[in-house]
Design a protein around this ligand. Structure first.
Ligand code: CA
Length: 223
């Protein structure tokens, strides 16, 4: 998951950068509206955090020009907590809005919520190192080796691959794959992960499906 932060205050930018990097997101920073718009239009981000008060080109103008071409989710940040600002931002196509100062926990919660809502894009094949997950043909390969998965194993791998680099909790995985919330039996996730891991990792040197103790699982290339 790749996030662009457009923010001219260095302290705020580095604070958000640090936090999001620790949460396993890949983060780029632009310190003015012009550069931010350029990056937003020419690169592919899963989410853009956009400050309203920016030099060169204001946040609202950036958003307006972005929306003429792209629907990348945008979280607006502003120091001005007025209803007019909020309405203008949302009308221009912002997906959510946060007034400064805000608690980091709330910021992260908004980010996660937006990323969950975001369309998965038009990628048909997800790749992590030499692992390929073909979403259309429902096929999985590692290099030249074809890997056969059951429907449920495929669903689990797809979820992990779509959120590669992001630690997924057992509860989240359960809610996404089994479409219900088990209260206690998250063991079902461990069993499913073990089966997928046996197929995609066990006979390969490079391991991709990692356990994050006390948190959950993540699919990523750690080399
Ligand atoms: Ca600013």
């Amino acid at each position: 998951m790749r996030i662009l932060i457009v923010e001219d205050e260095p302290k705020m930018a580095s604070y958000l950068h640090k936090g999001l990097t620790e949460a396993s997101y890949t983060v780029d920073i632009a310190d003015n509206g012009k550069d931010g718009l350029f990056l937003a239009l020419h690169e592919n981000f899963d989410l853009i955090v956009l400050d309203v008060m920016l030099p060169e080109l204001g946040g609202f103008e950036v958003l307006k020009r972005l929306r003429a071409q792209k629907q990348t989710p945008v979280l607006l940040l502003t120091a001005r907590d007025t209803v007019d600002d909020k309405v203008e931002g949302l009308e221009l196509g912002a997906d959510d809005y946060l007034s400064k100062p805000f608690a980091y926990a709330e910021f992260l919660a908004r980010i996660r919520s937006l990323l969950r809502r975001a369309p998965r894009g038009t990628r048909d094949v997800l790749t992590i190192a030499d692992l390929e997950v073909d979403l259309i043909r429902r096929r999985v390969r590692r290099g030249e080796t074809r890997i056969d998965l059951t429907a449920q194993e495929f669903a689990l791998l797809q979820l992990l691959a779509e959120r590669q680099g992001e630690v997924l909790t057992r509860t989240f995985i359960t809610s996404q794959i089994w479409d219900m919330n088990f209260d206690s039996d998250t063991n079902v996730v461990d069993v499913a992960v073990k089966r997928v891991r046996a197929k995609i990792d066990n006979s390969f040197d490079k391991k991709l499906l990692h356990t994050v103790r006390g948190m959950g699982y993540v699919l990523e290339d750690r080399s």
